[in-house]
Write a protein that binds this ligand. Structure first.
Ligand SMILES: *Cc1c(COP(=O)(O)O)cnc(C)c1O
Length: 432
């Protein structure tokens, strides 16, 4: 019997460990930072250590830690030389920050549709969106799977565009052997508590191959000031912010980074085990991993497919019933990004900074609008997607293949053994 109808839940409370996994090494690292960090000075050793370690991991010569992934993305856009009114092509299906970082530079995000196999930005759709004003492309390694960088590189080079990687969801993954964070001209990673590399609280990492980009990124992250000679001259050159990372967050993230190789192995193995176990469960599509890259499953996304079950039910009704029934079985499940980013009010009504800026500020090409949504794949993915896990990253250690068996059991119960009860739940949902 479905747990929703009074049956026993498949996943008992406490059976799935939360992310991030915190060890004594992490605790000692944070305590050491507290003892070392007084009196206040900048940059602190823990911040430098984190930057050095991420530089080594990604192969990017210049790394700057930041206080969020959103800040690191804005640094990347500024470092790429994007100016007011310039256009930057971004994925239609991603977290808001991939697009709002462009607005932060007074520039214009232009959205491109999704590749149905990988859920990343579709390089062919990117090529169609290029205009004389386009300066950069931001690709996202969505869910934990790298985008198609060979094809994106070809489009970027053909049009002279900077290629930026939003690596917020995929630390540890690889594309053709190369690490996420090092797949484009520059990258921005998030260290938000939920992410595969976690600062427990908030943090971010900007990385670039280019010394001049590094200078521009640092300027925007340090009040618009240049570091001149020995120290600060307190003379802002441009508009800047304070994007510096907290030293305790940096110490925690540095300690986690020392275990990233191991936690990545666990994620890959857990994801592969879950996908294998779900092969027998119709009505949902597990993620696909192309041969030339690896997946670290920040999200484990499922697309619901009522059509496969010959059910005469609207997709959203079926999806909501699956979500409800699976959640009652004790398995965390959630809708993430219920709509493409350009469908948010910020874009639909060109709210921006208010008074229509930056679209109406006079620097942008006239006539930008996000009303005629033309992202059929992104819309379909957003309609069908449910992501698994108690916290976003339940595929990480210490969870094991045994935990994945529980996940698969819960889905098998809802979609196979108790399908009649599920369909009844969906039909009741339609009435009510
Ligand atoms: C989490 C995330 C961000 C933002 O990172 P924060 O550290 O939360 O600011 C940006 N892009 C994507 C794809 C993300 O998942």
């Amino acid at each position: 019997m479905l747990a929703l109808d009074g049956g026993t839940p498949v996943v008992a409370e406490g059976a799935v460990a939360p992310w991030p996994q915190v060890t004594d090494e992490d605790r000692h690292a944070v305590l050491r930072a507290m003892d070392r960090a007084t009196p206040w000075h900048w940059p602190m050793d823990e911040v430098r250590d984190l930057e050095r370690a991420w530089s080594e991991w990604t192969g990017m010569p210049h790394v700057l830690a930041a206080n969020s992934g959103t800040a690191a993305l804005h640094m990347a856009v500024a470092a790429a030389g994007v100016e007011p009114g310039d256009e930057v092509i971004v994925p239609a299906d991603t977290f808001l920050a991939t697009a709002s970082c462009v607005l932060q530079a007074n520039a214009i995000p232009v959205f491109a549709d999704t590749d149905r196999g990988t859920f990343a930005i579709d390089p062919d759709r990117v090529a169609e969106r290029v205009t004389g004003r386009t300066r950069a492309v931001i690709a996202v390694d969505l869910n934990g799977l790298p985008a198609d960088y060979a094809a994106l590189r070809a489009v970027a080079d053909r049009h002279g565009l900077a290629l930026i990687e939003d690596a917020a969801q995929a630390h540890g993954a690889r594309y053709r052997g190369e690490p996420v964070g090092g797949l484009a001209d520059s990258s921005a990673a998030s260290l938000n508590g939920s992410k595969c590399l976690s600062a427990l609280g908030e943090g971010g990492l900007f990385a670039t191959r280019d010394a001049e980009q590094f200078r521009l990124a640092r300027r925007v992250s340090m009040f618009g000031e240049e570091l001149a000679g020995q120290g600060r001259d307190y003379n802002a050159r441009i508009m800047g912010w304070n994007y510096r990372i907290d030293v305790l967050a940096a110490a925690f993230a540095r300690s986690q980074l020392a275990r990233l190789a191991r936690s990545t192995e666990v994620r890959e193995a857990n994801g592969a085990a879950l996908t294998k176990a779900l092969a027998e469960v119709p009505g949902i599509r597990p993620p696909i991993v192309p041969d030339d890259r690896t997946h670290v499953y920040f999200f484990y996304p499922l697309l619901v497919q009522p059509e496969e079950l010959d059910l005469d039910l609207p997709v959203d009704v079926f999806r909501d019933a699956v979500e409800k029934a699976v959640a009652a079985e004790g398995l965390g499940i959630a809708r993430w990004q219920p709509r493409p980013v350009p469908a948010q009010l910020l874009f639909q009504e060109l709210r921006g900074y208010g008074k229509g800026c930056p679209w109406t500020c006079g620097h942008a090409r006239p006539g930008h609008s996000y009303r005629d949504l033309d992202y059929p794949v992104a819309e379909d993915v957003c309609l069908r997607r449910l992501v698994l896990g108690q916290s976003f990253s339940s595929l990480g250690p210490p969870n094991t293949a045994r935990t994945m068996e529980l996940f698969a059991e819960a889905l098998h119960k809802v979609l196979v053994e108790e399908r009649d009860a599920l369909v009844k739940l969906a039909r009741d949902g339609m009435k009510g």
